[in-house]
Design a protein around this ligand. Sequence first.
Ligand code: MLT
Length: 410
Amino acid sequence: MININENFLNLQDSYLFSTIAKKVAEFQKNNPDKRIIKLGIGDVTRPIAPKIIEAMHKAVEEMGKQETFRGYGPEQGYEFLREKISENDYKKRGVNIDIDEIFVSDGAKCDCGNIGDIFGIDNVVAITDPVYPVYLDTNVMAGRSGEYNEKTGMYENIIYIPATAENNFVPEFPKKVPDMIYLCFPNNPTGTTLNKKDLKKWVDYAKQNKSIILFDSAYEAFISEEDVPHTIYEIEGAKDVAIEFRSFSKTAGFTGIRCAYTVVPKNLKGYTKDGKEIELNALWNRRHGTKFNGVSYPVQRAAEAVYSEEGQKQIKENIEYYMNNAKIIKEGLQEAGYTVYGGINAPYIWLKVPEGLTSWEFFDKLLNKANVVGTPGVGFGPSGEGYFRLTAFGTKENTMEAIRRIKKEL
Ligand code: MLT
């Protein structure tokens, strides 16, 4: 008889964005004449920049010729891409990251989930609340969460660190010291950021407690303010305590192409039960090489083109386009009397739902009255109750129309 991993039975409902997709499909089925505007899942709408497409085409052609054909590439990613990453994303910001500290993959979501493979099951996990659901759900699957408490909406062994309007979205140190600390800045879902001083406090805290920070910086390309770190390694000491996840999905519109990378500095250590130090880079390298066969050659050439002069110019135009949407949403909602956060260094707007409504009730109202889809804050954790997320990744026309409808219908 085959046994299952019973931790899966401990998961709540389905993955947030699947639940929303199901609800929207149901609404559309019952209302075929309504034109729904989707500002729910953070999926991009701008086409891939021409310079990137050109590089991808060229790579595809190479694959069709005997002299330039390539089979398996290095699991960690081609050097041509890792060198560009090291040079552009790190050296230009005054940070030294060797190419063998960079692991190219098919997505930050996968990496954020898979990283748990190299950590013991007994580690105490801390997440900020609200949070991107992948950090929590993958730890539930792994068996680190303990039981779910229906009343609190929390798992017994997970430390939830509120990052809410009350503390200005700056997470405070929890009472119990965690071993694995997930931080995502610019933040999904609230769109808020930590400045260098506040992030430094977390780096020092992790160092003092021999904890690890799992830093998701998938939205760094949207930062517009000066004092906001683009990489955690801008903070002194971070190479001793942090793994960083980066993605081309939002930066260059790769949600359908799939390419990301994870940085595991060689300084980073974990410990055996008897206190022996082990290099985390070696463990992740082993894990990556065993379970992953590398991102396809044309996709890595496409990612390389992101760093070309023209590529940079073209992706920046797309980023500006999305951030203009963020402005339209933010200002439009403020005019309509909503309290809103985010939208300045991130493509997400976090709004307070009107008094007396839960975030799912607001979701239903928005869908039914304005035919606009967003994401209920509580789907990101108990501290998200009473809030709602809209993404700036739609088209400008749809974004303007959504705001018009919200103003008129709600
Ligand atoms: C989101 O909507 O939060 C993102 O699309 C999630 C993701 O990038 O996987």
